[in-house]
Ligand binder design. Structure first.
Ligand code: IPD
Ligand code: CA
Ligand code: CA
Length: 258
């Protein structure tokens, strides 16, 4: 691991402590839109990490969820950060949330980090160097028949007007798979596909900070991530996401494309 990666991991672990020590009560929850909340913890983690990342690379661009001044371009070294992915879980003491951080050097993806402080699981990957869970190499599953597959999905909870599409597809996938899961953290869902806990994951619309880091971890673990149309994922705008072990990608595409 190079020095920059080590410093990022140190910063993420320290940020994880902020999450673990947080007390969430009604007073520090802010409603952004219907069923979409942010807590003071999201801001604390974001402020801490933005500060750390600026120290590490002063001229880098930082795209981060709770900011109103994001520069959506990859013209320079760029971090894409979700300080808390799984805020609803955090608010409810569900203990399944993560910090999601991706690093791009211009257009080129370089590294991805997904850290769940509740069980101290850190998923990392550097392009060309494989993917790891707490420093142990990880690989996607080898399941190729959907009937053997455990599939995660996201409900696209902030756009409920689109919910019927997701749930129609989900009923269909449920009937053809081993089982389905809805975890509440897309970043962890992608990391779980990367380490073989899930065989696939889909969500109708995600933001770049939800999927950029997990997409890099998944690619390095041998998996595949595309839009629901089968196109490459771009990290500068919202996108549908289908992530799989690669072996079931085509059959999952057939379901999500309807
Ligand atoms: C959300 C989570 C959730 C997914 C939503 C995301 P947030 O992120 O990843 O699992 O279904 O689409 O927006 O709001 O907790 O950072
Ligand atoms: Ca998120
Ligand atoms: Ca978030």
């Amino acid at each position: 691991m190079d020095r920059l990666n080590e410093q990022v991991v140190e910063a993420l672990r320290a940020a994880g402590k902020i999450i673990l020590e947080s007390q969430i009560d009604k007073a520090n929850i802010i409603q952004k839109s219907a069923a979409n909340y942010v807590t003071q913890v999201d801001f604390q983690v974001q402020n801490f990490l933005v500060d750390q990342l600026r120290r590490l690379l002063p001229d880098s661009n930082i795209i981060t969820e709770e900011s109103e001044n994001n520069q959506f371009n990859l013209e320079t070294a760029t971090w894409i950060l979700d300080p808390v992915d799984g805020t609803t879980n955090l608010m409810r003491g569900y203990r399944h949330s993560a910090i999601s951080l991706a690093f791009f050097n211009g257009q080129a993806p370089v590294s991805g980090f997904v850290y769940n402080p509740f069980n101290d699981e850190l998923f990392t990957a550097r392009i060309g160097n494989g993917a790891y869970l707490n420093d142990k190499p990880i690989k996607v599953s080898k399941n190729k028949d959907l009937k053997d597959c455990l599939i995660g999905f996201g409900t696209n909870p902030y756009h409920r007007e689109q919910a019927s599409k997701t749930f129609r597809i989900t009923e269909n996938i449920f009937m053809h798979s081993l089982e389905i899961r809805r975890s509440g953290s897309a970043a962890l869902d992608l990391a779980y596909v990367a380490c073989g806990r899930l065989d696939g994951f889909y969500e109708y619309s995600l933001q770049p900070w939800d999927f950029a880091a997990g997409m890099i971890v998944l690619a390095e673990a041998g998996g595949q991530a595309t839009t629901w149309q089968g196109n490459p994922l771009g990290v500068l705008k919202p996108s549908s996401v289908l992530a799989t072990n690669g072996l079931i990608h085509q059959s999952m595409l057939n379901f999500v494309k309807e």
